[in-house]
Design a protein around this ligand. Structure first.
Ligand code: SAJ
Length: 414
């Protein structure tokens, strides 16, 4: 397994490609984004992930990692392209996987391994095999219902479970699920990951592996929804939810997560919908959790507006509100699917108050918040009448918030 071709050079594909290259494989990373390809070939990265740039630079300098718009022949092909959802039923969009299947099919040779890493609905690996087989009737492919059939190509689903911000460390140390469509496919895929994974390689079939990935993120979503529901109930009962959860968590078998401004990111806020979309009548808790977490930002907006109205009643015509944090979670710069961005957008559009935005991890506001004003934490604390903490960034935890101002603390930093 010396030659590896990785499709998709984003938050998962790039670190994975770099890790293979760092451990001696010859890696071609393929992406449709010319800017990403050019940046990587200069030994730089187009995303933010601690420790990653040094590994990419070394691998590029050693000639082990190269980015390209076009795939090349390899022994193993890894697919780490996005699988967003579309429409109001949250139907998974597999068009990126389909496009990769078309691009890689002509390169396949007997004995090659194809591994899907993209988070996918159950059955996506089998769908990918259908697309590959359509292009290559000269090759035989494995079949899910016939796990012991011999085939020319080995196919597996191997989800990643790394935490953004800790990707470099977790790629190596996390246990990894290896879901082959046949036992031989599992064995071949294990050989690929053995190159750098020090965690356990857990064997299963492709469908179970697909469902395991969705289950992990749905489980976290349900736990956070429980915390968010508690925060709404506690607010009504005038109870401090963080104290409540801390107390309950002293029970030896209780471990409640933390409430926040909502659940963001491109994984936990997305993946559970794949289960709901496929099992609309059965996935009741999973759907409810998604709905609770998705509705939390509007609850936070209502809390901020209640403070705005109080100050208006006291004679301040248009109060100044500082929104602290825009990222989808603490100490990162990633604003994708961020509840804080949605809160900021709603507040700006309503124009009920003057808004100051604070996000220490970015230099420029995203287009969506183009009409907003990005200021430093110091300026915001000085000028605002109301301070709403939307993300628990370290910078916010280390300052004393002014006690003479109205505060809405959505993440419990006080
Ligand atoms: N959040 C809370 N309360 C908590 C924990 C998180 O409100 O107690 C919020 C965060 O603020 C954020 C969202 O949940 O908005 C998601 O953040 P996260 O840190 O829970 O997870 P992600 O999306 O960064 O990464 C998850 C991880 N999955 C699990 O922990 C089960 C990671 O291991 C996966 O690899 C990643 O999804 C993925 O790629 O699927």
């Amino acid at each position: 397994m010396k030659n590896i071709c990785v499709f998709g050079l984003g938050y998962i594909g790039l670190p994975t490609a770099a890790m293979f290259a760092h451990h001696g494989a010859n890696v071609i990373g393929v992406d449709v984004n010319q800017h990403a390809v050019d940046t990587i070939n200069q030994g730089k990265i187009h995303i933010v992930e601690p420790g990653l740039e040094a590994i990419v630079k070394q691998a590029v300098d050693n000639g082990k990692l190269k980015a390209s718009l076009e795939p090349v022949n390899a022994d193993a092909y890894l697919i780490a392209v996005p699988t967003p959802f579309k429409g109001s039923n949250h139907e998974p969009d597999l068009s990126y996987i389909q496009a990769v299947s078309k691009a890689l099919a002509p390169l396949l040779e007997k004995g090659d391994v194809v591994i899907l890493e993209s988070t996918s609905p159950v059955g996506a690996t089998e769908k990918m095999v259908e697309w590959l087989a359509e292009e290559r009737s000269d090759l035989s492919f494995p079949k899910y219902h016939e796990p012991d059939t011999e085939a020319d190509i080995f196919v597996a689903y191997c989800p990643e479970r790394v935490l953004p911000g800790k990707v470099v460390e977790e790629l190596i140390s996390n246990d990894r699920i290896i879901g082959g469509m046949t036992k031989e496919s599992t064995a071949k895929a294990k050989e690929v990951y053995r190159i750098f994974v020090e965690g356990e390689l857990l064997e299963t079939n492709s469908r179970t592996a697909e469902m395991a990935k969705l289950t992990e993120n749905a489980s976290r979503d349900v736990s956070i929804a429980f915390a968010n529901e508690l925060s709404i109930i506690s607010d009504k009962l005038d109870i401090n939810v963080w104290e409540l959860i801390d107390l309950a968590n002293h029970h030896p078998r209780v471990n409640i997560l933390q409430p926040g401004a909502g659940v963001g990111g491109h994984c936990i806020a997305v993946d559970p919908w794949f289960i709901v979309n496929q099992n609309p009548n059965e996935a009741k808790i999973i759907r409810a959790a998604r709905e609770i977490n998705d509705s939390k930002p509007s609850w936070v907006v209502d809390k901020i507006n209640a403070e705005v109205d109080k100050l208006k009643d006291q004679g301040i015509a248009k109060p100044m509100v500082a929104l602290l944090g825009l990222a989808f979670k603490p100490d990162i710069d990633d604003l994708r699917e961020s509840p804080a961005v949605n809160i900021a957008k709603t507040m700006l559009d309503a124009d009920n108050a003057n808004i100051l935005l604070v996000e220490p991890n970015i230099e420029k506001l995203p287009e969506k918040l183009g009409c907003g004003t990005l200021v430093s934490l110091g300026t915001a604390l000085e000028q605002a009448n109301i301070i709403a903490v939307l993300v628990g960034h370290s910078e916010f935890k280390s300052v004393n918030l002014p006690s003479n101002k109205s505060i809405v603390d959505a993440v419990g930093i006080i």
